[in-house]
Design a protein around this ligand. Sequence first.
Ligand code: UD1
Ligand code: UDP
Length: 383
Amino acid sequence: MKPVTVMTIFGTRPEAIKMAPLALELQKRSNIRALCCVTAQHREMLDSVLEIFKLKPDYDLNIMQPRQTLSTITSKCLLGMDDVLNEAKPDLVLVHGDTSTTFAGALAAFYHQIPVGHVEAGLRTYDKWSPFPEEMNRKMVGAIADLHFCPTVANEKNLQRENITQGVFLTGNTVIDALQTTVVKDFTFAEDILNNLDYQNRKVILVTCHRRENYGQPMTNIMTALRRIADAFPEVELVYPVHLSPVVQEAAHKYLDNHPRIHLIAPLAVDEMHNLMARCHLVMTDSGGLQEEAPALGKPVLVLRKETERPEAVEAGTVKLAGVEEEVIFSMASELLTNPQAYQAMAHAVNPYGDGQACRRIADAIEWHFGLRSEAPDPFTGR
Ligand code: UD1
Ligand code: UDP
């Protein structure tokens, strides 16, 4: 039987982390011809992930510009994808999640009348402005996609509410597959500062913050709260790998520079990040991916956002919404730093997002969809 051509399209760091293991799984399947196209909406942060997973893209649109706007990203991806899809003629395009690359990749495939599979489908806040523009990207891709790979039951139910019931597979999140390959016991960091931290006797807080809806006053509030936390608790070492966005770089350095226990460092390679997370005391973040990874590693998370499209770990008790007000962030962090019971209540490993089998299930579902396998994959049951 002729192999089906499946093209993965991604462009940013989180998409790469979650799509690389799937691209590698597809490459292993003899009845699938796996192609990979990167838009390079991110450049350095994408290349770092490609290097770790040893994944070589077949196409690279190389679109990134400093301070790029949503319109430039979307239009450059859309135009770039025209040539790629004309040449490669895939039978299926796979996009991931919620970025501008995701939306433009799905739209380009639709214009070429190529079926689309949406990985990490069905996450919703039902607020079109938050996360911005990710909530709408997810909804628009959901409307275009033919196959929907949902990490959780709640994601599947969200799609049902939108009358999307065909081609839906419950797979778990591929980020948990990625996590299983990166975290090791005796890890040596590239940065000495991370090797020299006393993870047993100090309280290392891992911070990331980059979301567009947090630009401006919310980011100022967050940074001010972080500095207050470092000032108030001498046992705290705050480690913040700062996203390369100039907006974020400016805010982080303006409020957090020149403090002996605040470590602003360059973005970490994904294996470094996962191993730092496995060793830290607490995570404070507005990232989507960290909200999924930290619970699997038993680390409490304070989410620096007003809402989350990932409620499962909140329900499991390991993640709390801290919002974007300085006073609330400070007091929620203080509670975890001073009250051992409150900390212990959050510090238990849960895996609502996956069991490490998501890539296999997605590849199986694709084979089944194309009649290359007799049985549909087993659904992710959660644990
Ligand atoms: C994008 C995604 C967001 C995702 C985030 C992950 C959209 C609209 N947003 O937001 O959903 O959570 O990625 O990090 O798709 N830059 C570099 N080098 C890099 C990466 C970024 O210099 O390797 C700088 C560039 O100046 C770029 C800016 O960061 O213009 C912002 O990048 P962009 O992709 O537009 O937005 P993110 O905030 O990264
Ligand atoms: N990450 C990383 N290095 C860093 C910061 C984050 O490898 O310095 C990883 C993190 O572990 C997670 C992903 O990047 O897998 C999250 O990406 P990001 O926060 O950029 O985007 P989001 O998940 O919010 O879309």
